[in-house]
Design a protein around this ligand. Structure first.
Ligand code: FA5
Length: 346
């Protein structure tokens, strides 16, 4: 009897003190399980004399019931405790500031390219494209720049190795300007037409605040029976006015590009100082933005068009340079460094 009482006290303690459901399960197995201590006692009953067996059997069964009841209560309270603990840990503090969600944004060059396309679109210009890996023919020859022409030096070129060493294959290069798109477009479309061709170009040259080895150009081409440079000046002035949101002046200076005749450099009034003179325009009031001119008869010929029937203007400017002026960015290389502090400002 003594040992049953001891066992009961011991088991009660173990059940009450079980700090987790796992510890409680262990205590239940240790006392009430198939080879648990109480079960062992019940097994020895059969060896006792009849009267002792009865009282002891009744006591042992009572003990078992009591312990089972205690264990059930303890299970319930442990489950409640664990649940409350979980609630406490998972509590959501709705007064805390939320986690900041970083949205992606458009690159400034993408933004300005889309603006430019929209403005020219409103003036009836379609968008054309050409390959970045170009043939020597479209980048140079068809633009009246034969292999021995000194003007080839105007464009420092990345040449692409001919892997098959096929002597008859066209030499390939990374296009140095978007002008080859003029030829590709004229070959496939009947005039009159007006297009712009934005795209990436490459030059094998040293970089500085206004020069990159890869940058974006925008080519423009308008062909008809009587298109003139006066039309070009008006188109340019309208375009710049819309892009910068104020009246802009444009002036043309004679210049040379083999694929136009006459050729010109295009200056616009300085956005920074409004034409009064500042460090951006080197105190001239003008900033150079593009090359332009009337499409050379030889270009029409190499694209299969009769220059006696058609004429038109072409121009090409650096999108990066225009973006620099619009957003007042001092160094072109900032566009390509992927510095998130820079990019987030747009
Ligand atoms: C040309 O590339 C001619 N294809 C433009 C043209 C088109 C003339 C049609 C006539 C008719 P140029 O090499 O000057 O020209 O480049 C044109 C513009 O590209 C420059 O005015 C400048 O804005 C930009 N540019 C030139 N080199 C760089 C460079 N390394 N980095 C950034 N922008 C450049």
């Amino acid at each position: 009897m003594h040992s049953l009482e001891d066992l009961r006290a011991e088991a009660e303690r173990a059940i009450k003190q079980a700090g987790s459901l796992k510890a409680l399960r262990d205590a239940e197995v240790a006392y009430l399980g198939r080879s648990g201590k109480l079960t062992q006692i019940l097994k020895t009953l059969k060896d006792l004399p009849e009267d002792k067996r009865r009282t002891m059997g009744a006591e042992a069964n009572e003990t078992r019931k009591l312990l089972e009841l205690l264990a059930a209560e303890r299970t319930a309270s442990l489950k409640r405790e664990e649940y409350e603990q979980k609630l406490k840990l998972e509590r959501i503090d709705i007064t805390r500031p939320g986690k900041r969600y970083h949205k992606g944004g458009l690159h400034p060059l993408t933004i300005i390219r889309r603006d430019i396309e929209r403005i020219f679109g409103s003036m009836g210009f379609a968008v054309a494209e050409g390959p970045e890996v170009e043939t020597e023919f479209y980048n140079f020859d068809a633009l009246n720049i034969p292999a021995d022409h000194p003007a080839r030096d105007m464009w420092d070129t990345f040449w692409i190795k001919n892997p098959k060493r096929d002597p008859k294959a066209q030499r390939l290069l990374l296009r140095t300007h978007t002008s080859p798109v003029q030829v590709r477009y004229i070959q496939k479309h009947a005039p009159p037409f007006r297009i712009i061709a934005p795209g990436r170009v490459f030059r094998y040259e040293a970089t500085d605040a206004s020069h990159e080895i890869q940058f974006y150009q925008l080519e423009g081409l308008m062909v008809g029976r009587d298109i003139s440079l006066a039309n070009f000046k008006q188109v340019m002035q309208t375009f710049l006015g819309k892009l910068f949101g104020k009246e802009m002046k444009v002036r043309l200076r004679p210049s040379y590009f083999p694929f136009v005749e006459p050729g010109a450099e295009v200056d616009m009034s300085c956005v920074q100082c409004g034409g009064h003179g500042c460090s951006v325009c080197k105190h001239t009031g003008w900033v150079e933005i593009a090359g332009a001119g009337m499409v050379h008869p030889k270009v029409f010929q190499s694209a299969g068009l009769n220059p006696k029937d058609w004429q038109g203007f072409a121009f090409g400017f650096g999108i990066d340079r225009v973006a620099m002026m619009k957003y007042k960015i001092p160094d072109i290389r900032m566009f390509y460094q992927n510095d998130i502090r820079f990019l987030r400002q747009f």
